[in-house]
Design a protein around this ligand. Structure first.
Ligand SMILES: Nc1nc2c(c(=O)[nH]1)N[C@H]1C(S)=C(S)[C@@H](COP(=O)(O)OP(=O)(O)OC[C@H]3O[C@@H](n4cnc5c(=O)[nH]c(N)nc54)[C@H](O)[C@@H]3O)O[C@H]1N2
Ligand SMILES: Nc1nc2c(c(=O)[nH]1)N[C@H]1C(S)=C(S)[C@@H](COP(=O)(O)OP(=O)(O)OC[C@H]3O[C@@H](n4cnc5c(=O)[nH]c(N)nc54)[C@H](O)[C@@H]3O)O[C@H]1N2
Ligand SMILES: [Mo]
Length: 596
């Protein structure tokens, strides 16, 4: 038997089941996106992490029937919200939307993850199509741009063999150590890197005029726009020199280039401009619709599908959720108390919810606060379909074993429909088929998303494929010039500035966000003078927390690195929303370090 991994990651691995009791699994060498290996999360942590087995009401164990009754009761409130995290990214997670629509409840809008970048892509291309894996394989140069590839997208590594690799990242990540060239830029400067590179490409006449005449004809305006940016001042600000730029150009001109862009570049208010600038650079080089070329970001996995769970509900912000406006908040597959930014504010908001319901697999900061705790089934215990934001392969997720506790999203929806006397819910099989029947098959019988195109944008941009690429022509940024620096300009300006560090919060190996192994470390460059193992107090204008120092020479001296599975990380982060894309801005913040 086979199934697929439901964890929120680019790879979406196919899993071969060797034995169902005890469960023994391995990767599939035949899967186009896998390499036969499974990660440590699947091989170990998913089985070792204790599950919630018994429902609870007000801290007291209850039967599933009692808990479901209490949940139904809570949904009779006037104002209900379903806040869904990304603990499992199977399509059936969204079946609960159908119930929310029936009761006139609210869902969320916006993203904790990739929304700002997505908005930047839409601004340039109209639709966010994924770059097929085979195009990555055909590239000469792969630029890994704010993606921690070996940790978050490890199964892509075989696709990078024999290629020139360039990494743009403030951290010397494992892939940066292997790369031909690493641009260790200051965080939040990617927009400038992209714009300057485009400007140099025009200056040396390496731009692809033939392609642009056809698909992006306003390039003269874009060239003018890049010229509004002052080279010397910007290079100084982003901390790289002309020689670095020259080397970058060597890897970009006259060859097949793929940019693999991760969420790291866009955890800022200006996140959309970054992706729009990177896409504009790619357009200058004529990298769309051609073999071995393109920009690969987190694609829209549902592009091309009709979604039976698309509903008409009012939407509340997912990033700065006013939980206290609702009597009932149903948290499904998420841990908002720890994953959302500005945790202190989130905790306060959650506190004033009358009925906080947690529906998940593991105990976490949110389950601890919930009035009703409802155990879920994991993806080995129910049927589903897995799409991916990293490639076009679609995998059925088959039920491999029975669990004698927990309830699936479909069964929960059915129970709620029954409790309210609603009709209109189709069978589980119907929905599974609905998704799968829309897929195509490749020559090896793999399911492919209906949105698959071998060469996306080959005919043009937009939904109609007849539009042109739209270059970036504007950049609004008030963070650098006003917000922080002005605030600290009073008093001993230079000294204050030196004491402020960028906060980087990327993903960790042994966990999927807050699901498995948690941490308590802050990674600092040894030159800052802190000792391994000492406790420091880190603070921002939003809050503070204590962390244990881990020295790491790979982090820039003006940055602190705290992985996003670390308790308390989001005490430090701001509850602000990106200018476009309604996305969280975890890194739009500077922090101070204090010895205890
Ligand atoms: N093992 C593991 N894998 C995961 C996850 C997990 O928790 N654990 N989470 C999954 C999820 S939900 C997602 S969204 C993906 C995300 O996967 P990635 O896109 O790889 O995201 P991050 O881990 O946040 O890392 C982004 C990289 O950006 C760098 N970075 C930070 N700031 C900047 C900047 O300003 N500019 C540039 N150029 N780089 C910057 C960081 O140093 C880091 O190397 O990973 C998925 N895969
Ligand atoms: N500082 C900082 N914070 C971040 C980020 C960052 O880069 N920096 N990254 C952000 C990103 S990219 C993301 S995607 C979010 C993720 O944030 P969340 O969506 O909150 O994800 P998790 O913390 O993994 O919590 C998922 C929960 O889902 C439950 N679960 C797993 N499988 C199932 C299932 O099948 N059914 C149900 N009902 N429940 C299940 C598990 O119990 C788990 O606790 O975090 C964001 N938070
Ligand atoms: Mo994410």
């Amino acid at each position: 038997m086979q199934t697929a991994c439901g964890l929120d990651c680019y790879d979406a691995c196919r899993i071969l089941v060797k034995n169902d009791d005890p469960l023994k699994i391995e990767g599939d060498r035949e899967h186009p996106a896998g390499n036969g290996a499974l990660c440590i999360k699947l091989n170990k942590f998913i089985f070792e992490t204790p599950r919630i087995e018994k429902p609870r009401i007000n801290g007291v164990e209850a039967s599933m029937e009692e808990a479901l009754q209490a949940v139904a009761e809570a949904f009779r409130a006037k104002r209900s919200l379903l806040w869904r995290g990304s603990g499992n990214v199977g399509v059936m997670q969204e079946v609960t939307n159908l119930f929310m629509e029936k009761i006139g409840g609210s869902l969320t809008k916006g993203s904790l993850c990739d929304g700002a970048g997505d908005a930047g892509i839409l601004a340039g291309r109209g639709v966010n199509k994924m770059l097929p894996l085979e195009q990555i394989q055909k590239a000469d140069t792969v630029v890994v741009w704010g993606r921690n590839l070996t940790v978050t997208n490890a199964h892509l590594m075989p696709f990078l063999e024999d290629k020139k690799i360039v990494v743009i990242d403030p951290v010397k990540t494992p892939i940066a150590k292997k790369a031909d060239f690493h641009l260790q830029i200051k965080p939040r400067t990617d927009y400038y890197v992209a714009i300057l590179l485009a400007r140099f490409i025009f200056m040396e006449n390496s731009e692809d005029k033939t392609w642009m005449d056809k698909f992006a004809s306003s390039y003269e305006d874009f060239y003018d726009y890049t010229r509004e940016h002052r080279i010397k001042a910007i290079l100084e600000y982003i901390g790289i020199d002309l020689e670095d730029m020259g080397r970058m150009l060597e890897y970009l001109r006259n060859q097949k280039v793929v940019f693999l862009v991760g969420v790291g570049v866009q955890k800022y208010t200006i996140g959309s401009y970054v992706l729009h600038a990177i896409d504009s650079l790619a357009a200058t080089l004529g990298l769309f619709g051609k073999e071995g070329c393109g920009v690969s970001y987190l694609g829209n996995s549902k592009w091309g599908f009709e979604n039976p769970f698309d509903v008409n509900c009012s939407r509340e912000s997912k990033v700065v959720t006013a939980f206290s406006d609702f009597e009932t908040v149903f948290v499904q597959g998420g841990n908002p108390a720890e994953s959302m930014s500005d945790s202190l504010c989130v905790e306060r908001e959650l506190q004033s919810v009358e009925n906080l319901i947690y529906f998940g697999l593991y105990e976490n900061e949110t389950s601890k606060r919930a009035k009703i705790v409802l155990p879920a089934k994991n993806f080995f215990e129910k049927e589903d379909i897995r799409l991916s934001y990293g490639h076009h392969y679609v995998e059925p997720m088959q039920k491999i074993k029975d669990a004698d506790f927990g309830i699936s999203e479909y069964d929960l929806t059915k129970k709620l429909f029954d409790a309210f006397g609603f009709d209109g819910l189709q069978s589980e099989e119907y929905y599974l088929r609905f998704w799968l029947d829309q897929c195509r098959r490749d020559q090896w019988d793999n399911f492919l998303s209906p949105g698959y195109e071998m060469l996306p944008y080959a005919d043009g941009f937009g939904e109609s494929r007849r539009e042109e690429f739209v270059f970036i022509d504007d950049y609004n940024d008030d963070f650098i010039n006003t917000k922080h620096f002005k605030k600290h300009r009073k008093g001993n300006q230079e000294k204050q500035k030196d004491q402020l560090f960028w906060l980087i919060s990327s993903k960790a190996v042994k966990t999927l966000n807050t699901q498995f192994l948690r941490d308590n470390k802050v990674q600092l460059h040894p030159a800052l003078g802190y000792k391994e193992g000492e406790t420091v107090h880190i603070s921002s204008e939003y809050g503070s927390y204590e962390f244990t120092v881990k020295l790491n020479e790979d982090v820039r001296r003006d940055c602190v690195l705290i992985t996003n599975n670390t308790r308390g990380i989001n005490r430090l982060t701001p509850s602000i929303v990106s200018e476009e894309g309604e996305s969280a801005c975890y890194q739009e913040v500077k922090v101070q370090i204090k010895r205890i």
